[in-house]
Design a protein around this ligand. Sequence first.
Ligand code: 13P
Length: 215
Amino acid sequence: MQVHVIRGEMLAACQEMNRTGLNQGTSGNLSVRVDGSMLITPTATPYDQLTPDMMASMRIGDEKGRFTGPRAPSSEWRFHRDIYRARSDVGAIVHAHAPYATALSMLRKPLPAAHYMIAAFNTHEIICTDYAPYGTADLSALVVARLGEAHGVLLGSHGMIAVGETLERALWRAHELETIVRQYMLACQMGEPVILSKEEIEALIPRFAAYGVTA
Ligand code: 13P
C-alpha cells in the first residue's frame, strides 16, 4: 500500500475514534508499521486539527527516538516501537483512553472471559499492567511484558492498547475490547458473571484468525 494512503487511513481511524467516543481531545495515539519504520500520530494534536502529513516517521531499529515529519511523534513512541520489535505479527497499534476499559484499568483489574469475544485477543484474560508514567521506558517495558502474545492489554490507571495485523483490525479490536469491558461491567452490576474456562476460550481462538475485519 502506498504511504500516502496509509497516512489517510490513519487520519480516518483517529477521526473514527473521536466520533465513536473511544478517544477524545488529544488522548490516545496510533501507529502503522511500514517496512522497517513506523508512522505514528503526532503528540498533543487534537484529532480535528490532524492532517495526513503530520504523521511522524520513525525507524523501528533506532534507539534515540529520531523522527522525520513536521511534528514530534506521540509521547508513547517507545511502546509502539517496542511492540513492533517484540511482535513480528503486529502491523498496527491503537492506544485509547476509552471510558470503560480505562475505568477497569483504574481498578487495576484484568478482564476475565465473561464473554467469548475475548478469544479475538488470543487470550482468555486481558491483563492490566501496573502503573508507570506515560511516555516512559518503564511503561513500555510493562506493556511489552504483559501484552505477551495477546492482542490487547489494559494499562494501569491509564487506558488500553489493541494490536492487529492491519490498522483496520487493530481498530476493530479496540472497539471490541471497549464493548466487552462495558458488557462485563454491566453484568457485574447485576451479579457475578460466569467466567468461561481457559479450554473453552482456547477452542475458539483459531476461529478468530479469519473472523471479523480480515487482515
Ligand atoms: P500523545 O498526544 O503524546 O500521543 O499522548 C496521548 C496519550 O494518550 C499518552 O498516553
